[in-house]
Design a protein around this ligand. Structure first.
Ligand SMILES: [Zn+2]
Ligand SMILES: [Zn+2]
Length: 327
């Protein structure tokens, strides 16, 4: 089978032995396609993942071999995420499922940018679903990234109809804005790129150029899907006293929010990372019900063109790459 791996400063494809069940429980799936996540870009660019790593986790797949107690069968087209919490550790009991050791140790093997992947029985039982009939494969690939956004909205624990500003309108900002709206928030998005501002406007959500933020505009919560220095300034200025800043992006220099602003203004600054099985279930429902529209966000690339997909994402030429791997 063909896989795409990190090779120093490049992503290259190579052939490797077909992955098989070999007596294990679980399933072998043919990967139909896999979204390219911002976290894949960070792992590649910052050299967090080493040579030989197969990145990719936002997969849409078809089962080709299965040994499972679940109702899935060969031929089923499914979505899945990569990590599963144990449900019983101290993190899990406090709701911090994405910090669970088991969560961090579970994964799809070898990774999404591969022609075939092994899913454990735990994946099938907890985080895999058949693709709803009304969704295309590309639309279904937003199951996991939208799950991350759903989690962020839940963690912020906002009152109905809160005024929320989403800073950064890349693909995650577009998903986040719609997730917030689906939960009944009054949403404004901001970015510097006019095509991204217009993209959100076309979804009937207010969107402005960050540089045109009205003086004195105040929001109950700011959702940070951009980690640029300027974005942090926008957040501090636009959050009302007592408001919430939800951190959903890394910053290049590990800069943060000033202590005294948090103290004197009673700000809540909280992070949100990776979704729980319940967040994922809600995500798929939003997609299937058309509450979150993901048409025209993705640009398709073949596995052989994966380097170009990385380059075009890094240069902001596209909003989101979808690597089509099998028919
Ligand atoms: Zn992702
Ligand atoms: Zn746990």
């Amino acid at each position: 089978m063909k896989i795409a791996v990190i090779d120093d400063d490049k992503i290259v494809t190579k052939s490797t032995e077909d992955i098989k069940l070999d007596g294990r429980c679980g399933a072998i799936v043919k990967v139909l396609g896999c979204g390219l996540c911002g976290s894949d870009i960070v792992k590649f660019r910052e050299k967090i993942s080493g040579n030989g790593t197969v990145l990719g986790h936002e997969i849409v797949a078809q089962i080709v071999d299965i040994a499972s107690d679940t109702d899935f069968k060969s031929g089923d087209k499914i979505v899945t995420s990569h990590h599963i919490p144990c449900g019983t550790c101290n993190y899990c009991r406090h709701g911090n499922v994405s910090m669970c050791e088991h969560f961090k140790s579970t994964n799809i093997k070898p990774g999404g940018f591969s022609e075939r992947v092994y899913l454990s029985e735990e994946h099938l039982k907890n985080v895999a679903y058949k693709i709803p009939a009304n969704l295309t494969e590309v639309e279904a690939s937003f199951y996991e990234p939208l799950g991350c956004c759903v989690r962020a909205v839940k963690r912020a624990n906002l009152m109905q109809a809160s005024k929320v500003l989403v800073v950064g309108l890349g693909s995650i900002g577009i998903l986040m804005s719609q997730a917030l709206k689906a939960y009944g928030m009054r949403v404004t998005g901001c970015d510097l790129l006019s095509e991204r501002i217009n993209f959100l406007k076309n979804l009937e959500i207010e969107a402005i150029d960050s540089r045109d933020m009205p003086e004195g505009a105040k929001f109950d919560a700011i959702f940070m899907t951009s980690g640029a220095d300027k974005a942090l300034d926008v957040a501090l200025k636009a959050v009302r006293n007592g408001g919430t800043i939800l951190v959903f992006s890394s910053t290049p220099k590990n800069t943060g929010y000033p202590n005294n602003e948090i103290y004197y203004r009673e700000l809540t600054v909280l992070g949100s990372y990776s979704p729980s099985p319940a967040d994922l279930k809600d995500s798929l429902k939003f997609l299937a019900d058309g509450k979150v529209i993901v048409k025209n966000i993705s640009t398709e690339y073949s596995l052989d063109d994966i380097q170009k997909a990385f380059d075009d994402t890094i240069s902001n030429k596209i909003m989101k790459a979808y690597i089509k791997i099998n028919d």
